[in-house]
Design a binder for this molecule. Sequence first.
Ligand code: DGJ
Length: 491
Amino acid sequence: MLRALTLAALLFAAPLAADTPHLEKRGHATQLVVDGKPFLILGGELGNSTVSSREAMKAVWPKLQAMQLNTVLAPAYWELIEPEEGRFDFASVDGLLEDARAHRMHLVLLWFGTWKNSTSSYAPSWVKRDTRRFRRTTGADGRAQEIISASSAAARDADARAFAALMRHLREIDGDKHTVLMVQVENEVGFLPFAREGGTGADPAADERAMASAYAKYVETVAAAGRREYPLPMYANGAQGRPGVKPGDYPSGGPLAHLAKEWRQGAPSLDFIAPDIYFPNFGEIAGGYVKAGQPLFVPEANRPPDAHLVANALHSIGALDAIGFSPFAIEDADAAQAARIGALYETLGGIAPLVLAAQAEGRIAGFANPVSFAGEADLTPMTATLGEAKFSATTIDPWTARDAQQPASHGALLIWLGGEDYLLAGQGVTVTVEPTDGKGRLGFERVEEGRYEDGQWLPGRRLNGDQTHQGRHVRLPPGEVGVQKFRLYRY
Ligand code: DGJ
């Protein structure tokens, strides 16, 4: 009887656990799996206050749809959700989910709890006002700061209760719908203005590690309480420090690549830590997280007018197997900027199943020039070996005057479709090819531009002649995101 009951309980619980969006190691890549299929997040994060008004969001949703987003990153505010201790009001979350569904959009919810960019401004007023119970830290001038201490057990437990209530509610209203794919726990935690609460000591790096462990343990209590209610994938996002700047001058102890060990040990309930990348050395920062063993998700990045959006997104997805990409303040894009994001996401949306399969099977490469923190790009041609072919890719467009192009804004991803077939997507990238075994030469048997719709390849022009430099290369022109398929042959 006991066994039968246990089995029944397991069977009853199993569907939610198996079906809930989750991360899964699939071959070469760790991917987000939604409703049994890998999912590529083509995202955008909303400005901090936009979601607080359902009315304000009315004009935003059509814009997000026009930009071809499949996922919106949006805050869930502790101050609105728990206006009085123990009294929860989920109207803001319910409205957001309803509207997201109505616009066929997924969500990643950002828990603006104890800390949002170091400070505790999103704590509800009953937390803010009770500085005895919810201890504050002290600043350089010896005065209290609006930053709750990471060692406040009372704040940690109050935050964990609220977060657990949110996750319970999400499970109730969305456990079978999967509108919400992942949850970010807190936002850009990190201590200011010292490497560690209380002051910077003789060893700022050690202080920062200690601060990271303290934050990670706090976040662990919050994340674990939420996971017990509804085990969606969870992560923490990190504000990057400028090179040469000391911890405390940038938010110290946050989920940064060099603190991955402290975060992994302190917060095992998080699936990963993620970089917010506003600096020019995008590839270096993103690559640092991958080297630290994290699946890559970029919750915040510059949107146009920053010229590098396409290159950064394609590099993340093609070279670093990213599970998603999300420019910040997406709703502020003007018409031209929105069109650029829309073109990129339309292309990526069309090829997403191919991209995800190729990530898992190690059949994908990404091309974007490394850019330094100072903004200098290394324009050396890049190489990738896929199948029997070694490709060389340049971002310097051969048919555009040098001073009329920005090569570092060019980028592409290359997929080996199998056999002699390949797909190149992006802008401003030209590839040539040689056989890996050095035997004979490889040429382009045929090259076609086109697009994918509902999994079907819709060919446009057959490209040859001047468009392939009489068979010498495959070229994605600058200025517009395009897709070309080509077949190689050996001679
Ligand atoms: C990073 C934060 O995480 C965002 O919420 C927002 O404040 C941006 N900075 C502003 O640039």
